[in-house]
Design a protein around this ligand. Sequence first.
Ligand code: UFG
Length: 330
Amino acid sequence: MTILVLGGAGYIGSHTVDRLIEKGYDVAVIDNLITGHKHAVNPKARFYQGDIRDRGFLEQVFNAEKIDGVIHFAAYSVVPESMAKPLKYFDNNTGGMITLLEAMHDHQVNHIVFSSTAATYGEPKQVPIKETDPQVPTNPYGESKLAMEKIMKWSDTAYGIKYIALRYFNVAGAKADGTIGEDHNPETHLIPIILEVAQGKRDQLKIFGGDYPTKDGTNVRDYVHVVDLADAHILAIQRLIDGGDSDAFNLGSSTGFSNKEILEAARKATGKEIPAEVAPRRAGDPSTLVADSTKARQVLGWKPNYDDVEKIIATAWQWIETHPNGYDDK
Ligand code: UFG
């Protein structure tokens, strides 16, 4: 069984490739290495460097491989950057999806699992958020991914390409043995930034906004461990290959932590002081995002192993302590 993973050199992609190989799948990886790292890719996977928008390149890979299913991570994902550069997001994310689906249709590859996001919901009317809740993004990143979901829906109707959209909430942590982890440049995500302060690479954390309508005025997010998230992708692609229908699932822990609570958990996990101050709000941030992920547990049989945010942060800290400069390849 061969799975093609697009964006397999990225943070979530590389953990998924690793888990697919641990579970005995044959894996081919596509990544343009703009944000990904070659060293993050399990060496048992076949690696193709190229861009998802390059139809000729996709043609070569689809001709070389006999693909049973596709897991698609190859997209830009930084909310504030998308506010400044929306067209970059629609081009790579939404445009890339069209090229990929054309290649899949031409080669009769009819199963795709796709990295969607809680950002497709925008500012929720109620939390925890259910899959059936309205999707009204507050930033171009979320809008680009919502468009991708819709494109897949119509490709299913027209061509029978079955899809599962996995709407992630906030992802954190690293493989427990510390061999792969998160390495973004520049880093924009809360937990790795907090850990950079703990490492002494930054002077202090700036907490964006202290006047949100939440328990302590800071944004609330729902954190899931990257290996638990990886496992959900494998359950989803296997479900499609086994004849399952198109669907969408939230992936989160169903528990919300404020930015200040995450800071406290990181202080405990690292034993470091971690200076912080409240700064102005960041554009495009919804106040609270917490998942109702009952459906993933019931339908996919997803059972996350990590339910403690301090333990999730501890795995990220282990990766950073053993790889203080990440993959050190840029
Ligand atoms: N934050 C700070 N200071 C920082 C960095 C972040 O206070 O230096 C805050 C943000 O304002 C936000 C929270 O930490 O309140 C989390 O921010 P992240 O940038 O870590 O993550 P986001 O919630 O913005 O976005 C992440 C993913 C998206 C996904 C979203 C869904 O990056 O792809 O979660 O929950 F859509």
